[in-house]
Design a binder for this molecule. Structure first.
Ligand code: KG4
Ligand code: ZN
Length: 344
C-alpha cells in the first residue's frame, strides 16, 4: 500500500510518502518546510501567518514528496492507494490548509482519505523502522500536549494522565521567552543547559518538581514556570547565570516526566514504553529515560523515535494513516473536517 501524508497542524508544512506491507513499512520521502524563522521574530507561532505560509508551501512540498518517491502529479492517481491528513488537534486555520488540499487531491485523483489525529501521529513515530508489540505506555510530550497514553492495540489509545495546565514544550517555550532567549524554547534552553553541564558543577538553583508525588498520573508545569520567574526577579545576577537556570529548569521537567512514566508503567504492569512528541528531541530526556528504564524496569523495552521524526513531520502521519487504512477507516472527502480540539 502506498500513502501520501499531509501535515499542517502548526508551523511546519510537511508531506511524506510511505510504502507498507503488513508491519513492513518504508518511508520513501519525508519533506518538512519549517516556518521557525518567520515566527521567531514574534516569539511564538502567529496563526494567521502560519496559515498563509502553509497555503504558499503546500503544493511545492507535496510535489517534492511525490518526486522523491518516484511519482509526479500525473502518476500519483494510479500509484497512490491512500491520502492521510492531520485533522487535529492544532491551529484551525493551519489544519484547514492541509485538510482542504487533501480533499481536493482525493476528489481529483479518486484516492481514498484517512483522517489522522496529530498526537496519534507522534505516537506512530515509534513504528517507523521497528514493529513494537502492544500494549505500550507512551509518554507524549509536545508543544501543546503532555500525556501518558496507554495503547492496547492499533487504533486504541487511552489517556491515563495529562497536564492540568501547560504542556512540557510550552513550559520550555515560555521559560525561553521569559529569559529573552528566542523561539522555539526547547532546543534553546537545552543548548544553554548543556553549557552549564559541561562545567561539571552541581546547580545551586533549586526549582520545584510539581505534582511529583500526586496519586494520579497527571502533570503540571505552570507553577514551575512561575517559580523560575520569581527566582530570576530576585536574582540581580541572573543574566550571567542563564545556563544554570536552564539546566535546573530542564532537569525539573525531566525528573517529573520520568518519575511519572516509570510509576505508571509499574502500576499497570507494562513493559513496552515509548517516548513521542517534539520534546522527545531533548537529549538529556532521551539519555536519562533510557538509564532509568534500564535501572527500574530491567525487563522493559524502551522505544525512542529517530531525531528526524520527533518534531512535526508527515512520515509519522503516514504511519498512523497506514494502520487506519489497514483497518479500512476511510472518510469520504465530502465529510472530512478539521477538528482543532480533537482528543485521542
Ligand atoms: O511536537 P511538536 O513539534 O509540535 C507540537 O505538536 O506541539 O513540539 C514542539 C515543541 C516545542 O514546544 C519545542 O520547544 C519543543 O517541542 N522542543 C523541545 C526540543 N525540541 C523541540 N523541547 C525540549 N528540548 C528539545 N530539544
Ligand atoms: Zn506535534
Amino acid at each position: 500500500m502506498k500513502i501520501l501524508a499531509i501535515e499542517t497542524s502548526c508551523d511546519e508544512t510537511a508531506a511524506s510518502v510511505l510504502v507498507g506491507e503488513g508491519d513492513d513499512i518504508k518511508i520513501l520521502s519525508n519533506i518538512v518546510s519549517s516556518q521557525i524563522q518567520l515566527h521567531a521574530t514574534y516569539g511564538g507561532v502567529v496563526p494567521e501567518l502560519a496559515a498563509r505560509e502553509h497555503v504558499v508551501n503546500i503544493i511545492p512540498v507535496i510535489d517534492k514528496a511525490l518526486s522523491e518517491a518516484g511519482m509526479s502529479s500525473e502518476t500519483a492517481s494510479s500509484k497512490l492507494d491512500v491520502i492521510a491528513v492531520t485533522i487535529g488537534p492544532g491551529l484551525i486555520t493551519s489544519l484547514q490548509v492541509g485538510v482542504e488540499t487533501a480533499k481536493v487531491l482525493s476528489y481529483i485523483w479518486k484516492v481514498p482519505l484517512v483522517a489522522v489525529n496529530h498526537i496519534e501521529g507522534h505516537i506512530y513515530s515509534n513504528f517507523i523502522d521497528v514493529s513494537p508489540v502492544l500494549p505500550a505506555l507512551i509518554l507524549t510530550v509536545s508543544g501543546g500536549h503532555t500525556s501518558l497514553v496507554m495503547m492496547s492495540e492499533h487504533g486504541k489509545c487511552k489517556v491515563i494522565g495529562e497536564t492540568v495546565d501547560d504542556a512540557a514544550g510550552e513550559a520550555f517555550d515560555k521559560a525561553a521567552k521569559m529569559m529573552s532567549l528566542g523561539y522555539p524554547g526547547g532546543p534553546i534552553v537545552s543548548k544553554q543547559a548543556a553549557i552549564f553541564q559541561k562545567t561539571g558543577q552541581d546547580s545551586s538553583i533549586r526549582l520545584p518538581r510539581p505534582m511529583l508525588y500526586s496519586k494520579n498520573n497527571n502533570f503540571s508545569f505552570s507553577g514551575l514556570k512561575t517559580a523560575l520567574l520569581y527566582k530570576i526577579q530576585k536574582d540581580t545576577t541572573w543574566k550571567e547565570r542563564v545556563p544554570e537556570y536552564c539546566y535546573e529548569f530542564e532537569q525539573a521537567i525531566i525528573d517529573t516526566l520520568i518519575y511519572k512514566t516509570i510509576k505508571a508503567a509499574k502500576a499497570n504492569n507494562i513493559n513496552i514504553i515509548m517516548l513521542a512528541g517534539g520534546v522527545s528531541a531533548n537529549n538529556r530526556l532521551r539519555i536519562q529515560l533510557k538509564e532509568m528504564v534500564r535501572k527500574q524496569l530491567p525487563n522493559a523495552k524502551l522505544y525512542i523515535p529517530d531525531l528526524k521524526y520527533t518534531t512535526d513531520n508527515a512520515a509519522m502521519i503516514a504511519v498512523a494513516g497506514y494502520y487506519k487504512a489497514l483497518r479500512k477507516e476511510f472518510t469520504p472527502w465530502q465529510i472530512l473536517k478539521t477538528s482543532c480540539n480533537l482528543e485521542l
